[in-house]
Design a protein around this ligand. Structure first.
Ligand code: CMP
Length: 137
């Protein structure tokens, strides 16, 4: 494999999935799909940190609820590495709304609602770099 084509992305296992002890099952999906886990940590962030993390959504009507939710309990931040990792992770997660996610995707398997959708994944190379730095620098 050409090492240069590998990239890194950030995944977050959200409070709903941590609470239901889905860490091992979700990580297995990454590993089974050739996404290596470079680093992983369980933390709880403050509402202010969640606001900073999701600042690109600050004009959205769901921003307040989203930030309260992400800071409501422990989360697991994970650095994934692999070929085309950003898109691959997004494909594995499925649509934001679990009701619209394809069969076999993480959100279809485990998501409860559009808010409690079990996982977050970076959506671009630029955001992946910023999001990894947010949790791991
Ligand atoms: P995530 O991939 O973490 O990015 C932003 C989050 O906002 C998204 O997952 C959803 O959990 C949440 N959200 C809540 N309501 C909406 C909505 N109407 N559209 C998109 N995202 C939403």
């Amino acid at each position: 494999m050409n090492k240069n084509s590998s990239e890194r992305t950030l995944s977050i296992i959200k409070p709903d999935a941590v609470e239901r002890e889905l860490e091992t099952k979700i990580k297995k999906i990454f590993l089974d799909n050739k996404l290596n886990i470079v680093d992983s940590k369980k933390i709880q962030i403050s509402k202010e940190e969640a606001e900073e993390f999701y600042k690109t959504h600050q004009t959205k009507p769901f921003y307040e609820k989203l930030c309260s939710y992400l800071s409501s309990g422990p989360i697991i931040a994970i650095i994934l590495d692999g070929e085309n990792a950003i898109q691959k992770n997004r494909d594995l997660m499925g649509a934001t709304d679990p009701k619209k996610a394809k069969d076999g995707t993480i959100r279809k398997l485990y998501g409860i609602s559009i808010d409690k959708n079990s996982v977050h994944g970076s959506d671009s190379l630029e955001n992946a770099k910023a999001e990894i730095a947010f949790f791991f620098n």
